[in-house]
Design a binder for this molecule. Structure first.
Ligand code: ADP
Ligand code: MG
Length: 725
């Protein structure tokens, strides 16, 4: 009997393989559109002389030095290609510590002696740029008198064209960004370094296991991006959304997500039109947008691309976020990437699907078909478990930002505790190995190979645990804590580095071992004994887990300010310096930048809240009180009881008085926090005093919203924003 799997397979990929959409009759030919704005391998092959192409591939794949001669030829071909497609400018596209991307456009024009211009782009301009970078955060790495920052071409990520609604076409060259003295000022360089580190150690493990064919190991990532869309006319009326990205006030709508009718629900036409445009724009830039659907909260959605190497995935995720915001505006929508734009309904995250793959195409987290493959798989799994347990605090730091503080630990998102989900069958196996037993499989869904010291493994892990922050999902791990608005470079830099360390240890043991199989079993056993506590397959949202995690000694770090410390500790410095990913100074600068960033965010929220209270809520509530008072007098004059109106007025006035008091407290707390200069003390003050004062003010205003006529309320409500389009 054909299984449902076989049936599904025949219905999907295989039977449709090679099918092309018709080119005429207005239907989009995706195969033509995809990558049409990318200076891809195909384009390079077509346009570069054979020798240059070969030399460049060597640089890209083996890290060989890039000569100016090669760069000159590539630059010229790139320019011609870009100009044919309408480009007038180029930019070194980089990723400063803001977590966003930065670009400064230069046109290709170059003057000639007769007063006309020619279009030029040299190898030197391709390889290196020197933007005046004094306004980017550097955490003291670049003194202001030495404002120079350098951008350097990252040829492992393809150049592409960005277009805008006005018809501007810009050639974007992905670059790394560093200071005059060579310290990194960006998110890309450490990521590239961490990819090198994990590749080197993974290859050592593979060599020790007898692999002679793989030369590089790459970390692969598929980031699922969650986001909200709301009507632009509502967004424009909310000072909080415009300035801070989230609603700082708003009474809950009568309906939230309790009916569970949004998740995977039919996509509304207006949203579908947006998604279609988004897909097309992304495909043009070579971003493999694949999956789109409604998410759990009202007005919330998700887009997932097909995974790629981490470096490209990080670049592409930046393009995804930017394009979502741009395309939304074309549909009179605004895309909110904030982790918690609305209280009371789900926030947004980024599910960072991560694995390791060899350059000859093997996924190292894929349970194998042979005992040898399984040995390899279990060793990599053991390294992962070791890394996550040992450095849970650093992973947590990688997911820390002010928005995520509102999300992690709340009841709809992974808690702030980092644990690993393996699924029951795999856990049984590793636990038995930890006890020194030869594990046997009890489920049916096992590969039937049990002939060596290592057991057969589950074929497929369907037991998906949606509450786990770090879940094994069959052939990859899904790190679900990552902040929706953040760059994925930071978390993946940390992940790659901590895994590099664990693999280094595995490799060292294997290299010294007389009996590889025995040692492999011992390594897996030791990892489980020492780090098995991090495995948790239950409900991560339950109260019991909080207690259990505490008992097991697993950290529960609730706020960004506390989490960031893990990346500035002596232990972190030792680790990141050892694998040449980040130096002490680079770690420290990031710590400072992120603390400052936290304080700035909370400060912006406080300023927005103060403005809204003073200029919108208080005047409206006062006016309403006046109306009520007028009604009370008129009713009294008419000899009618005004008891109800008077009671309402008293309630409103009491709340208003309370809110005014809370506003004063917020203003005072903000001023005090602003006056502090030391970064940590300042961030703590913003968290403990300002953030809490602002939440207190919100509580009163939200009740006032429920007592004030809708037509008087000065801003769109949760109903308007979440359901009103
Ligand atoms: P779900 O929502 O069910 O978790 P999605 O299809 O939305 O799944 O997202 C899964 C993501 O994982 C996709 O981006 C996919 O390309 C990615 N992925 C699949 N295999 C790997 C892998 N080996 N390494 C990294 N990412 C992967
Ligand atoms: Mg998904």
């Amino acid at each position: 009997m054909a299984s449902i799997d076989t049936l599904l397979r025949s219905l999907t990929s295989e039977s449709n393989a090679g099918e092309r959409l018709p080119k005429s009759n207005g239907v989009l030919d995706i195969t033509e559109v995809f990558g049409s704005n990318v200076f891809s391998d195909k384009v390079m092959k077509e346009r570069l002389p054979k020798d240059t192409y070969k030399a460049l591939k060597k640089v890209m794949e083996q890290g060989a030095p890039l000569t100016l001669e090669v760069a000159n030829v590539v630059a010229n071909a790139m320019k011609d290609w870009a100009i044919e497609k309408g480009a007038t400018h180029y930019t070194h596209w980089f990723q400063p510590l803001t977590g966003k991307t930065a670009e400064k456009h230069d046109s290709f024009i170059s003057p000639t002696t007769d007063g006309s211009v020619v279009m030029e782009f040299s190898g030197k301009q391709l390889i290196q740029g020197e933007p005046d970078a004094s306004s980017f955060p550097s955490g003291g790495l670049r003194a202001t008198f030495e404002a120079r920052g350098y951008t350097a071409w990252d040829c492992t990520s393809p150049a592409f064209l960005k277009t805008d609604a006005a018809g501007n076409v810009t050639l974007c060259i992905p670059t790394a960004f560093c200071s005059y003295t060579g310290e990194t000022l960006d998110k890309k360089t450490p990521l590239l370094r961490s990819m090198e580190a994990v590749s080197k150690q993974a290859i050592r493990v593979l060599r020790a296991l007898g692999n002679r064919t793989s030369n590089r190991v790459v970390s692969t990532v598929g980031p699922e991006q969650e986001y909200f869309l709301i009507d632009k006319k509502h967004f424009d009326q909310r000072i909080d959304l415009v300035t801070s990205g989230r609603t700082l006030f708003g009474a809950p709508a009568p309906k939230g997500q309790e009916l569970e009718d949004q998740y995977f629900g039919a996509i509304k036409d207006r949203i579908s039109a947006f998604m279609k445009d988004l897909d097309t724009e992304l495909w043009k830039m070579g971003v493999s947008a694949k999956t789109k659907h409604n998410e759990v909260a009202p007005a919330q959605y998700e887009m997932a691309p097909i995974f790629s190497t981490t470096n490209i995935a990080a670049d592409h995720n930046q393009l995804v976020m930017e394009t979502m915001q741009k395309v939304a505006l074309r549909h009179d929508l605004v895309c909110l990437l904030h982790e918690k734009p609305f209280a009371g309904v789900n926030g947004s995250g980024k599910h960072n699907n991560w694995s390791l793959a060899t350059d000859d195409g093997a996924n190292l987290l894929e349970p194998g078909k042979t005992p040898h493959d399984n040995e390899q798989f279990l060793l990599f799994l053991a390294a992962l478990i070791t890394a996550v347990d040992r450095h849970a605090d650093k992973l947590r730091a990688g997911a820390a930002n002010p928005g995520n503080d509102l999300r992690l630990g709340a009841n709809e998102a992974p808690p702030a505790i980092v644990s690993v989900f393996l699924g029951e069958e795999l856990t049984d196996i590793v636990e038995s190995l930890g006890k020194g037993k030869k594990a046997s499989s009890k489920g049916q869904n096992f590969l039937n190979i049990g002939v060596d010291t290592l057991p057969s493994l589950p074929k497929d892990n369907t037991d998906r645990n949606r509450t786990s922050p770090f879940a094994f999902t069959g052939n990859k791990f899904e790190f679900r804590m990552v902040a929706s608005s953040a760059s994925i470079s930071g978390p993946n830099t940390i992940l790659n580095t901590i895994v590099a360390e664990a693999l280094d240890e595995v490799a060292t043991r294997l290299e010294k071992a007389k009996d590889i199989n025995k040692e492999a079993a011992a390594i897996v056993k030791d990892a489980i004994v020492q780090h098995g506590r991090v495995i948790f397959n239950g409900n991560n949202y339950s109260e019991d887990w909080l207690k259990e995690a505490k008992k097991r000694g697993i950290p529960n770090i609730r706020s960004t300010v506390d989490a960031l410390a893990a990346m500035n500790s002596p232990e972190a410095i030792k680790l990141f310096e050892k694998y040449k990913v980040l130096s002490k100074e680079e770690l420290h600068s990031r710590y400072e930048v992120y603390l400052e960033n936290y304080a700035k965010h909370i400060n912006i929220e406080a300023q927005a809240a103060i403005t809204m209270a003073n200029l919108q809520y208080f005047p409206v509530v006062s006016r309403f009180s006046g109306c009520l008072a007028g009604t009370v007098s008129s009713l009294k004059a008419a000899g009618v009881s005004a008891a109800v109106q008077k009671e309402h007025l008293t309630k409103v006035q009491a709340l208003l008085a309370s809110a005014v008091g809370k506003l004063e407290a917020l203003e005072a707390a903000t001023q005090k926090a602003q006056a502090l200069s030391e970064a940590h003390a300042k961030a703590v003050a913003f968290r403990d005093k300002v953030f809490t004062a602002q939440a207190a003010l919100r509580a009163d205003i939200d009740v006032l919203e429920t007592l004030t006529p809708k037509d008087m309320w000065p801003v769109p409500t949760y109903v308007d924003m979440l359901f009103g389009f």
